[in-house]
Design a protein around this ligand. Sequence first.
Ligand code: B1M
Length: 235
Amino acid sequence: MSQTSSGNAEIILASLSDEELVEQMFDDLYDGLADEIREATQILLDRGWEAKRVLDDALVGGMNIVGVDFRDGILFVPEVLLAANAMKAGMAILKPILSAAGAEPVGKMVIGTVKGDIHDIGKNLVGMMMEGAGFEVIDLGINTDADKYIAALRLHRPDILGMSALLTTTMPYMKVVIDAIKAQGMRDDFIVLVGGAPLNEEFGRAVGANAYCRDAATAVETAKRLVLERRAARA
Ligand code: B1M
């Protein structure tokens, strides 16, 4: 049973309808209430919601509201950090379910947020969805420089390199990484996928990536398709 900070009234999350609960999750994400998000995520799963639906309709939906108010100067960094933490609490419950595909890995991906950038929610989401689709994912974390990417590519020999950037000031670093990989004579060894809110297809082409992925689902589809094409071409 949880109390939320919405007003002074105690709200029993389990007593809410699905629709009310999702609305309440939007409020609780906004207020950065990790315990409530954890509990509500579990309630929706217990009610038979698919993990992907909880993620898309409740968590990502709520985070979009936070993003708009952050953009408009209604929320500030500390509040957004709390919201991000609350989202992570929900994601921690969903992750093992989304990743439960098991079986032989479909392929391997090294992923990281580029140098100068500490946004990792989208990158983590992509990693989770890729794991859910059967890929092995090696996550290099945030603020990843070219040397770290290259060391990981040499060590893990993945099918895919994934890079994430959320800032217009950090997205050009993707080209630095791709140029560094080219300089090492390794560019053709990997599929390079890029993503992040400020990017688009044109940018992906301009930096020399194989594809730009607008969201986690697109990343999974694109990764599967390109890995299959590459294996077919090499067979
Ligand atoms: Co930041 N921030 N932030 N922030 N932040 C943005 C990105 C911003 C758009 C907000 C705004 O002004 N509206 C703005 C960037 C503006 C710009 O560059 N044009 C911004 C800013 C300015 C900043 C700071 C500079 C603020 C400051 O300090 N003054 C600072 C930067 C610090 C740094 O990185 N050096 C900063 C800090 C932060 C927090 C730390 C407070 C926090 C991050 C917490 C964390 O990640 N652990 C934060 C947050 C949370 C946001 C917003 C609100 C939400 C981002 C997010 O998590 N979205 C964001 C506003 C917004 O985007 N609406 C904002 C949810 C996530 C699921 O979506 O990351 O887009 P997204 O990922 C998607 C797709 O893009 C794609 O798939 C994902 C899932 O569908 N994708 C990939 C992403 N990566 C991929 C990689 C792939 C494939 C697909 O590889 C294959």
